[in-house]
Design a protein around this ligand. Sequence first.
Ligand code: AMP
Ligand code: MG
Length: 347
Amino acid sequence: MTDVLRVDPANPDKELIARAAECLRAGGLVAFPTETVYGLGAHALDRRAIQRLFAAKERPAHDPLIVHIAAVDDMVPLVVEVPSAARELAARFWPGPLTMVLPRSSRVPDEITAGLATVAIRVPSHPIARALIAYAGLPVAAPSANLFSRPSPTRASHVLADLDGRIDIIIDGGPTDVGLESTVIDLSVNPPTVLRPGAVDIEALRDVLPDVTSRHTASSDTIAMRSPGLLRKHYSPRTPVVLYEGDREAALRSMKHEAQQRVDRGELVAALLFADDVSELRSSPVRIVDLGREDDPAAVASRLYAALRECDDLSANIILVRNITTAHPLSGAIQDRLRRASLTPDT
Ligand code: AMP
Ligand code: MG
């Protein structure tokens, strides 16, 4: 029922893209690669298509979608006005992994915004995403192409595992580049506020808008203070995750202790480990999944969700993981996703 179309990102096949674009225009659901993660696309101005999208993902209706467009001027019909701050950010970061939240126009269906007075918009840079949106000639609503509350898909096989038979087409354009969702900045408030950290970090945003602030902080206790759409456990495997924060030696010591106690109780323990930590746990009977080198956060980000899915596939009782400590623009986003993955389901 779900067609998989293999498309070369370096040279997207026009006929295949046109077929997927026609499916979107007709109200169908098309998963496609973006530079962040795979998105599940639907015609953003077609309420029935959006309802099908929410049903396919089992996504709760109170979680708003990001609308993907081809160019900054395509924002005009979707928003009350395009403020100069949006144009400045677009000039610097679009196409790319930055989503802007702005007061919406009446053309945007309530289904997209979960009834909010604002809409989230982005111009992706991935050549397949760009070609698809341009061919469709539409704004394309596209949340991550996973079942709700599973890790976002960074490969077509992840999309197939979650959504086979529930959607019309998957465009397989190979693994995604960044591996984490876009940075979300709210321009409807003063000062502009980062709602979700991503590949575009706050310092880069401040180069353009010096007063940008963040609702996100480095502390895990403040995670519950964020906006409703960002509150819950999210981006997470089915297996519970225990996260160790801070200093490497102390975190590894606690992790080894917990692993041993659980193994002694007869549990199957999965450890998601940075490459340099693997030797520390190799002698213990835990199942190790390698997360890449801690000093290469771009590689860790691009591998994180695939690694969480690999852990899930082990059917372990628990996943143990240490948070990244490297100072790098991507580290805040990686820390954020690991913290959310480790929240209990009712937080
Ligand atoms: P996803 O596309 O699955 O990565 O999720 C989209 C996320 O974008 C939502 O969960 C919200 O966190 C955020 N978002 C979308 N629309 C809005 C909005 N109008 N206001 C604030 N955040 C939004
Ligand atoms: Mg998502």
